[in-house]
Design a binder for this molecule. Structure first.
Ligand code: GDP
Length: 307
């Protein structure tokens, strides 16, 4: 493929395509350039552009805080963006597209590990159901388009992504960027670092650059109805993540556990055998190294980052 459009250019994954070396092949849109909730605008901007494929990363996302507080927005923004991008891509004759789902789409009550076959087997966790249902509809939409129009549209399901260019908003962001930001403030102001929940929940983290690399491969090579899970399949507790961040940020103060705050889902272990089969030699960035890179970037760019 020669010309690929990436939406969500300011986001965690989209920003990985917004570099000098990728400029020739990848055109990157951000929300300022085109509000994807606006169908007429999407049609106008995509008209006659002849992209070979689209990597649709744009989404309204947040951690457990944002997901619980803004359910209406999370539903509306995501369902509109996905519907408009997928339908307009079809109308413009774009034959390849990848859309991003999330492990939140899975049922709360499900037999682990999560596999690509289990998305629709029951209601999602209440903390992020609006987001999850909107994302599930993207899966339905691309399957319908594959069937009716024969297009190579497909989806990926990454586990918890982190990395540089994240949103470091403390109240609404995901756990890793929130913790890095909170640890920074605690260190600078000599105050305790306060962590939400019990620290016991388990998550699988994946570095944004790894996600971007695999997604390039998915766009050009993967062609199945079923999504593909992007995961290291290595679970780690929130407590262990806190320990690494505290060490890397050289924080010597007190750590407090705020158990009035939500734990969210206890765990959501995923089965990565599909991606492992396709890409047996892919080396995932170890969490420690990814966190080190993210923290260095955060400390050097503090003034200008999203927070
Ligand atoms: P989730 O995987 O969709 O639940 O997304 P999160 O990135 O929000 O991860 C949530 C887990 O991290 C929960 O177990 C939270 O209790 C825990 N956690 C601890 N401190 C924080 C924090 O400051 N922000 C967030 N978002 N989660 C935190």
């Amino acid at each position: 493929m020669k010309r690929i459009l990436v939406t969500g250019g300011n986001g965690l994954v989209g920003s990985c395509f917004n570099t000098e070396e990728k400029r020739e092949k990848y055109t990157v849109w951000n929300s300022k350039y085109c509000d994807l909730r606006d169908k007429t605008l999407v049609e106008k901007k995509l008209k006659g552009k002849w992209y070979d494929g689209i990597i649709h990363t744009a989404a309204k996302v947040g951690g457990v805080g944002g997901n619980m507080k803004y359910k209406g927005e999370f539903f509306y923004d995501n369902i509109m963006m996905n519907t408009n991008v997928i339908e307009t891509a079809r109308k413009e004759g774009i034959e390849n597209l990848v859309v991003f789902l999330s492990t939140c789409v899975f049922p709360n009550d499900v037999e682990y590990p999560l596999t690509e076959k289990k998305i629709h087997l029951g209601p999602p966790h209440f903390s992020n159901d609006a987001y999850a249902y909107a994302k599930r509809m993207a899966d339905i939409q691309i399957r319908a388009y594959r069937e009716q129009y024969g297009l190579n549209y497909k989806s990926v399901i990454p586990t918890n992504i982190y990395g540089i260019n994240d949103n470091f908003d403390i109240e609404n962001g995901h756990v890793i960027p929130s913790l890095i930001h909170k640890c920074f403030i605690a260190r600078e102001t000599n105050t305790p670092l306060s962590i939400w929940g019990s620290g016991k929940p388990l998550r699988e983290f994946i570095y944004n650059k790894d996600v971007a690399k695999i997604t390039e491969w998915v766009l050009e090579n993967y062609n199945e109805d079923e999504p593909i899970i992007l995961s290291t399949s290595e679970e780690i507790s929130i407590k262990e993540v806190v320990d690494i961040i505290v060490e890397l940020m050289n924080f010597k103060g007190k750590v407090k556990w705020d158990t009035d705050k939500p734990d969210g889902q206890f765990r959501k272990p995923s089965d990565n055998s599909k991606i492992k089969n396709y890409l047996p030699n892919f080396k995932f960035t170890p969490l420690y190294n990814g966190l080190k890179g993210t923290i260095n970037w955060f400390e050097s760019n503090y003034e200008n980052i999203r927070k």
